[in-house]
Design a protein around this ligand. Structure first.
Ligand code: SAH
Ligand code: DHB
Ligand code: MG
Length: 218
């Protein structure tokens, strides 16, 4: 089994459970035109985030790592009329592309893009959030989740992207700083009684990776 098979299956299921979506297509096109790396969640993964947010009736969502706002659009569309999403992005150019993508999708009144190092932005935020999606630089994932535990309500959900990295996570000698960051996070969450977590490995058009899904204990 290869990446080609995984992509074909993404296409097969995508054709059946995803609706045509000009705003999401336009966002990916604008990201490419703006030179942003194509490291957004996949369409099926974006819809999973959307459905998970809807499943818990999330009205306040926090995202760490905006890029061009592709995952942001999926998540923001899950919000009720009075809902709010705050997303943190270091790179001003990424944030500018994201704001345009969000405006095109009619979400500029709902989403607040905060530019700067996420650790600093997080210090300025007031919870509680119902759901937090952690998807920025992997070296600081431990600190992002630490902040997320404080900002997400009891019973709320924290989702962390890229916790598998093509299987690299099991290599203690990996030279990949992202792998080292995820391994440090894995050791931190192993003894963390404040959350109850699982990991789901994923394959597809975005290759082999995975999500950590955690519920904040009451
Ligand atoms: N969630 C997006 C992908 C995010 S890619 C999606 O699925 O569509 C990771 C993003 O995190 C990049 O845009 C990168 O610029 C940003 N980032 C990196 N370091 C950061 C930091 N210290 N603070 C905030 N954002 C950061
Ligand atoms: C990278 C970052 C991501 O958030 C992702 O989903 C895939 C790759 C990266 O930095 O390489
Ligand atoms: Mg990611």
């Amino acid at each position: 089994m290869t990446d080609a098979t995984w992509s074909a299956v993404d296409g097969y299921w995508g054709a059946r459970v995803l609706a045509p979506d000009p705003d999401l297509d336009a966002a990916l096109a604008a990201n490419a035109a703006g030179g942003l790396p194509p490291i957004d969640v996949s369409p099926l993964q974006g819809k999973l985030l959307h459905l998970l947010a809807r499943s818990i009736g999330a009205a306040r969502i926090l995202e760490i790592g905006t890029l061009g706002g592709y995952s942001t659009i999926w998540l923001a569309r899950a919000l009720p009329p009075e809902g709010q999403l705050i997303t943190c992005e270091l790179d001003p150019h990424h944030a500018e592309v994201a704001r345009a993508n969000l405006a095109r999708a009619g979400l500029d009144g709902v989403v607040d893009v905060r530019v700067g190092p996420a650790l600093r932005t997080l210090q300025s935020l007031t919870g509680p959030f119902d759901l937090t999606f952690v998807d920025a630089d992997k070296s600081s994932t431990t600190e992002y989740v630490e902040a997320a535990v404080g900002l997400t309500r009891p019973g709320g959900v924290i989702i962390v992207d890229n916790v598998v990295r093509g299987g690299g996570v099991v290599d203690p000698a990996s030279p990949d700083a992202a792998v080292a960051g995820i391994r440090r996070f894995a050791d931190a969450i192993a003894g963390d009684r404040r959350v109850d977590a699982t990991v789901i490995q994923t394959v597809g058009g975005k290759s082999y990776d995975g999500f950590l899904y955690a519920v904040v204990r009451p």
